[in-house]
Design a protein around this ligand. Structure first.
Ligand code: GAR
Length: 231
């Protein structure tokens, strides 16, 4: 059963998860209530880093924020870098994250630069509540999963192994960056472009694609609700 809004008249409630600068969060903030995202409202921004600049962006936009701190969980499970205690700390952390997120009754969770892998202890309760989780990743499906995706694509380009990279918005499953794509954008590499320049170009495209992908996920959710199906 869905926990969020039940009809198309109520705005779709978005919870946004961030870890850093929050430039993609800013793109969502700027477009909520505008033609690109007319029926959406960000109800909370949650960060796993206390000093994430994205928290300031949210506060400036009068959006409630929360900081979910892994340190407490690492202390509970010493030797946290050694399996299986690492997984235990992360599992507990994600279980509490799910409770924190679901308490707000969101319709959709958007990972906008959230740099933790989401575990089943997060994803299962969200799925049971009918709340889709979507993610922005700076690579095309099946390419450069995980961290440093832009840099790895750039290195391949400099070695003549590829002539493009891309971006995707996808539904999140427990396999990292492997969920069903919602929308993708190819980005062709340019000769003589530096890594910094490529990163900037990727980010500028992300600011458009995260808005488009969120809109598509909203449309998908609303269509499923209209047909009486579960998300
Ligand atoms: C973005 O480039 C996003 O694609 C990336 O983190 C950055 C966040 O920037 N996410 C991932 O790599 C997820 N695997 P922001 O904090 O300025 O939005």
């Amino acid at each position: 059963m869905s926990t969020g809004s039940t009809d198309n008249a109520s705005p779709i409630r978005l919870t946004v998860l961030i870890s850093g600068s929050g430039s993609n969060l800013q793109a969502l903030i700027d477009q909520c209530g505008q033609p690109a995202l007319p029926d959406a409202s960000i109800i909370r921004v949650i960060s796993n880093r206390k000093d994430a600049f994205g928290l300031k962006r949210a506060e400036t936009a009068h959006i409630p924020t929360a900081y979910h701190n892994l340190v407490k969980y690492k202390k509970q499970y010493p030797d946290t870098n050694v399996p299986p205690t690492f997984e235990m700390a992360r599992s507990e952390y994600d279980k509490d994250l799910a409770a924190m997120v679901l308490a707000d009754k969101p319709d959709i969770v958007v990972c906008a630069g959230w740099m933790h892998i989401l575990m089943p202890t997060f994803l299962d309760p969200l799925s049971q509540a009918g709340v889709p989780v979507i993610n922005l990743h700076p690579a095309l499906p099946g390419r450069y999963n995980g961290a440093h995706a832009i840099e790895r694509a750039y290195n391949d380009f400099t070695q003549g192994k590829t002539d493009h990279t891309g971006i995707m918005i996808h539904y999140v499953i427990s396999e990292v960056d492997m969920g069903q794509p919602i929308t993708t954008r190819r980005i062709d590499m340019k000769k003589d472009e530096s890594l910094d320049q490529l990163e900037q170009r990727v980010h500028e495209n992300e600011w458009e694609l995260i808005v488009l992908g969120t809109k598509m996920a909203i449309d998908d959710l609303q269509a499923k609700r209209r047909s009486g199906g579960q998300p």
